[in-house]
Design a protein around this ligand. Sequence first.
Ligand code: MSP
Length: 644
Amino acid sequence: MKTQKFYVTTPIYYVNDRPHIGHSYTTVLADVLARYHRLLGDPTFFLTGTDEHGQKVQQAAQKAHITPQEQADQTVVRFQELWRKLNITHDDFIRTTEVRHTRVVQAILQDLYDRGEIYSAEYDGWYCLTCERFFTDKDLADGTCPECRRPVDKIREANYFFRMSRHQDWLIQYIQDHPQFIQPDSRRNETLGFLRNKLNDLCISRPKSRMAWGIELPFDSAYVTYVWFDALVNYISAVGYRSNETLFNKWWPASYHLIGKDILTTHTVYWPTMLQAMGLPQPETVFAHGWWLVGDSKMSKSAGNVVNPMDMVDRFGVDAFRYFLMAEMVLGQDASFTEDAFIRRYNADLANDLGNFLSRTLKMISANTGNRIPASGPDGVDEPVLRAAVLSAAQAMPGAISGMRLDLGLANVAQAVREANRYLEKRQPWTLAKNKDLPALSTVLYHAAEALRIISGLLYPVMPEKMASLRRTLGLPEGDPGISDLTVWGKTIAGTEVGPMQILFPRIEKPEASADVPVKVAPTALATPPVAGPEGLALIEYADFQKVQLRSAKVLSAERIEKADKLLRLQIEVGTETRQIVAGIAQSYTPEQVTGKTVILVANLKPAKIRGVDSQGMLLAASSGGQLRLVTVDGDLPSGAVVK
Ligand code: MSP
């Protein structure tokens, strides 16, 4: 298999405060990606770290009556502890106060200064203390900082500037020529929009008289380096730029810089122009994810709603938290955290679906086949359906990973688990056991165990502890689940002894006090509106979707309705029931064409009278250019089956 190196980074986090869910999210995402790539056999390097200079850290230190270095030393351990707790497998952790970093920043500054890419000039303008950025009159939003809307200060001082404007045309061209460079596309457009205005040069110094906590400029000891010019360099200083050429050539350019949407400009304008001035290649992709909101509000200390990841891990376990983060956020869009949403997803996907499937399978194996996975007999009608669902989740996973749609990859796995439960319900191994039908029972249990092997392998990078434990129970080898084996059915060896039953995901009973907070995705309090779904659609919760009962139905007969040229009256079979439906499909289907089809019915729609004819439900159809196509099922399925 062809391997490709994979170098992934997180932002380096400010050490002014303790880590929150947003920090955890990016780091877990990077970890999951790194783990998948390692499984693929790709040489992988995963970098994270802390951003320890600048005003924010200096202010936090002042408040705590300690030095900025003490502030950094005390806070960095909180991040390191959390990453340990979250089973983060970074290969390096860089702190910007380390000499290996400061030395490289200074060397770059000197080089750019010598080559005229940095010059000194008088600065006269507005400064935002929080964002540590300068703005001109026209940048301001109603006299406030355009980024954070806080008041700005008027500043006039001599400073050093990086000739960023010089690279504007090149940057626009580069972004246009490399569609993968900034992702998702909405963020790429945002940067291109930003670049429609003339780019200013970037002030890269701070006079020590105002802010002394930074890396001293090598050519003027009265100044320190602007924190972003220092911080961005971590991505190359950590992998040997100007210190270890072999290492640097091995890893640079990065495959992914993962960032939050609020630090897009620094990563897609400042950083690329800095690299260009240094003569270095660009990272392959800067991927900006959305924000975690709490309910529908922005998370903030002042609102007192900051989600503490340590608490979540302590209460619900590390893997459940990792799973929630990865499954819940549609990459690129904002996501909403509430404890209620967490518990709902945990109970539905893990405790009920996966937990049930696992415990039913193991119980049956231990009670009926002497704790050993039996050999399968020939397929019946249900085995191919199960196999298809599980293998399709496995086949879709690499695409979900490379397309940064981990949420979709996990939704496919959840779907396969539901199919696996359906398989057991249909095949009823408990009845087969009672009837002593050992050949049929063996086939079912082998298939269930094999489904578990693949499902646990697919979930392994997201829930490494739980899946390792599940795989041990299944008698599978420790460690690497062998990714190429996950798309192949039949790798489970009959006769393998399984371990004792265990409850991997105990159901969480909702505490009485926990309010049923409605979970919304659309924020109202954010300065930037959320990115909508792929086609600008408002997003719904899974719970909303669950309200709709979809069932397969068989069309028994169909006829036209007089004076209604768009409507057909259908008699459909839904399990043991027959219903009448009025469907607006007469211009796309003749009665003959539709008879005999297995279609999808919205089964719990309130009955209605359409043109005087009773209709008990609605059929799903896709429409394009005036043509309707009924949604049907793939393969043979009896009517009345629940569509999930
Ligand atoms: N130090 C800079 C990054 C320098 S990278 C060369 C910084 N640090 S930060 O600690 O303030 O933020 C780090 C990351 O956390 C950013 O990507 C930011 O988007 C992310 N988040 C902060 N709050 C967040 C949420 N509520 N949700 C998701 N991520 C959010 O910026």
